[in-house]
Design a protein around this ligand. Structure first.
Ligand code: SF4
Length: 182
């Protein structure tokens, strides 16, 4: 990877959620480098589907793509005691922290000073909590976390339109075992 001030690491959870943020960042003059680290996703088959779909979307659109390992044991260790929390509760904060911390480490390793996340595109997620966690991690690594609230300006709706147009797989649950709806 070459160094470039305009590069930004975009933590991405799946292709539909990444589609609009990628477009938005490019429009705003950034060069997004997509980073997939989501050990929360269950089961592994689902993880593979989401990862492969995102990777394909990046390749098709000439976006740099990187990923880290499926550390599901680490995810369970981190959320221990919070399994029964409702969505938007403490378990989700830990989940955001785990994923954004790894993203910041990746940015640091590749000498890219700024990062953000697609997680704010979801209407089911509290962007202010994500911003708070992003800022805390940015401070820890001396990086900049850019506070994009991607759900604004119809971001979520546009992301779903892009997903439809591209015939993307779109899941009906957030990701972890606890979020699977019966
Ligand atoms: S509901 Fe979503 S954000 Fe919350 S812990 Fe599960 S996967 Fe993570």
């Amino acid at each position: 990877m070459t160094n470039n001030n305009k590069k930004i690491i975009l933590h991405a959870c799946c292709a539909p959620c990444a589609s609009y943020p990628i477009q938005k960042l490019i429009t705003d003059g950034f060069e997004p480098v997509v980073f997939f680290y989501n050990p929360n996703i269950f089961p592994y088959k689902e993880y593979e589907i989401r990862r492969n779909e995102l990777k394909k979307y990046c390749i098709d659109n000439h976006i740099e793509y990187f990923e880290d390992n499926y550390e599901i044991k680490k995810f369970y260790e981190k959320i221990k005691g919070f399994e029964k929390e409702p969505e938007k509760g403490k378990r989700c904060e830990i989940c955001f922290d785990l994923r954004l911390d790894k993203t910041a480490q990746f940015a640091l390793k590749n000498n890219i000073k700024i990062f953000t996340t697609t997680l704010t595109v979801s209407p089911h997620k509290n962007s202010d909590i994500i911003f708070e966690i992003g800022q805390k991690i940015a401070k820890k690594y001396n990086l900049e976390f850019v506070q994009y609230n991607f759900k604004k300006q119809n971001g979520f709706k546009i992301s779903r339109q892009i997903a439809k147009e591209n015939n993307m797989y779109t899941q009906n649950y957030c990701g972890c075992q606890m979020s699977i709806r019966n």
